[in-house]
Design a protein around this ligand. Structure first.
Ligand SMILES: Nc1ncnc2c1ncn2[C@@H]1O[C@H](COP(=O)(O)OP(=O)(O)O)[C@@H](O)[C@H]1O
Ligand SMILES: [Mg+2]
Length: 268
């Protein structure tokens, strides 16, 4: 067993009925990495992250996190204590305020009251959620919910953090705060596994990259190694395949210019 690995999977697969969403994925993520799991929509990123974090049972294959098996009942709790997760659906409670939710999470992790309060205040302030902590989560915008989910994942000070599309739907200022926070967190020796369908984000912050397409892991290496061979964008397009030379051609989409009539006029 390699004790330097934060995440290791062996032939990890998932079927939804007859459809195979993830196909024999072998991930290797060293401790201290900021690992970007990149792939187009529907590639299998969220399915993989759910199998890694104990949310969705793999159809076959195995997962090891920090040397333990999150799917083994006797090891699961010990591992889950050391990880933070922001899943695709955020999994918040609608009828709690941000502070109530953070208190709940802190108590689940058996943190003392003073620590929960101090960390909670710092996170709310850093993520610019202070002042809205009296609002119920159900009243939050999508970006605010995402920030709260991130705060909750960080509160117990995990060794390993999983984030499913953390930059999707957040404003640029928040994106920068999250970016800096993750870089700082990894610099202290922790590990981040982050999914994204946006290449620029992965390129900007990640040390390592895995590319998934149609459920298959088609690339896994350090960003430096990849950049020495090719740009991430070229490699991504090469591997994922796209008809980028094909011009989008929706003949009818001309704002009514060709017929010279607006929709309203045409219906008269
Ligand atoms: N609960 C589900 N039931 C059936 N198919 C699903 C389910 N969740 C995801 N899929 C399918 O599995 C594939 C991978 O989905 P997902 O892991 O969400 O991709 P990504 O996160 O990369 O966009 C997609 O084709 C999606 O339609
Ligand atoms: Mg997804």
């Amino acid at each position: 067993m390699n004790t330097n690995l934060a995440i290791e999977t062996d032939s990890l697969s998932k079927f939804y009925g007859d459809f195979q969403a993830v196909d024999s994925v072998d991930l290797t993520v060293e401790k201290g990495c900021l690992y970007g799991f990149l792939g187009p929509n529907g590639a299998g990123k969220s399915t993989t992250i759910k199998m890694l974090t104990g949310i969705l049972k793999p159809s076959s294959g195995s997962v090891r996190l920090l040397g333990g098996d999150p799917w083994n009942q006797t090891e699961a709790l010990q591992i889950k204590k050391q990880i933070g997760v922001v899943p695709e659906d955020l999994a918040l409670f609608d009828n709690l305020t941000a502070r109530e939710y953070l208190t709940f999470v802190g108590q689940m992790h058996l943190l003392d009251k003073a620590t929960i309060l101090q960390r909670g205040e710092e996170l709310l302030s850093l993520l610019k959620l202070e002042g809205v902590e009296k609002k119920l989560t159900v009243e939050y915008s999508h970006g605010m919910k995402k920030k709260l989910a991130l705060a909750a994942a960080l509160l117990p000070n995990p060794k390993l953090l999983f984030l499913d599309e953390p930059f999707e739907g957040v404003d640029v200022v928040t994106a920068k705060v999250i970016r800096d926070l993750l870089l700082n967190y990894v610099a202290k020796g922790s590990t981040v596994f982050v999914t994204s369908h946006v290449m620029e984000i992965v390129e900007r912050i990640c040390t390592h990259v895995g590319i998934i397409a149609n459920g298959n892991l088609v690339e896994q290496c350090s960003l430096d190694d990849l950049n020495a061979r090719n740009s991430l964008e070229n490699r991504f397009i090469e591997l994922v395949g796209s008809n980028t030379d094909e011009k989008p051609n929706l003949d009818w989409l001309d704002g009514g210019e060709r017929s010279g009539k607006s929709a309203a006029e045409a219906s008269e």
